[in-house]
Design a protein around this ligand. Sequence first.
Ligand code: 5RP
Length: 234
Amino acid sequence: MADVEALKREAGIEACKFVKNGMKVGLGTGSTVKHTVIELGSRISEEGLDIIGVPTSLATEKLAKEVGITLVELSDIDGLDIVIDGADEYDPHFQLIKGGGAALLREKIVAQESSAMVVVADDRKKVETLGAFPLPIEVTPFSHEATVRSLSRLLDCRVNIRMSGNGPVITDNGNMIADAHSGPKISDPLTSESEILMIAGVVQVGLFNNMCDAVVLAGSNGVETIINPNGRLI
Ligand code: 5RP
């Protein structure tokens, strides 16, 4: 089996082909898209690529600054041309689970403001039905135990607050992450997304429905770009 880190790098770099001079680019979060960010930085310094970026997390903001990408606030521009981001799972309809890196809220805001979304992934992320990867849900710290109970009842599965050491993971937005262990049963992600968002303590859910236009997928046979036939890159 090919080295996973090498696959992530291949996918991350290949996705840069979607980025052209003058573009406003959303910069995702994670160990795959980090290679995209680094490559874009190299192209800026070596080829004079002229882009501006909007990061989806403090970690990506730090990396983007280090590699020399000019960053702006989403509030200061009128939308983005493209966002490139990782995913934890994608299904045959290009619906995604994201949030493994706890950045789902900013990632979803940035994706929503983008004219196109390209996902970078290795072939472990491809699934028939979403949910083997525990579904990340950003929740308010206030009464989070009650929110977790409501989620558990709704989804009929174990839901736990994500921990780091002795304390909960705190997102860049000061919230917590609840992970829902439904198993690969999320066959109607649009309904699941709306039902989860009805719970008051939920800030956002890591189901990214009808957002992904292409997946740049690296596997042992190389990298392929799979275009969503119902997407915006057709
Ligand atoms: C962060 C995310 C990541 O994009 C997702 O977890 C994939 O990360 P990686 O490329 O490290 O596997 O959603 O919130």
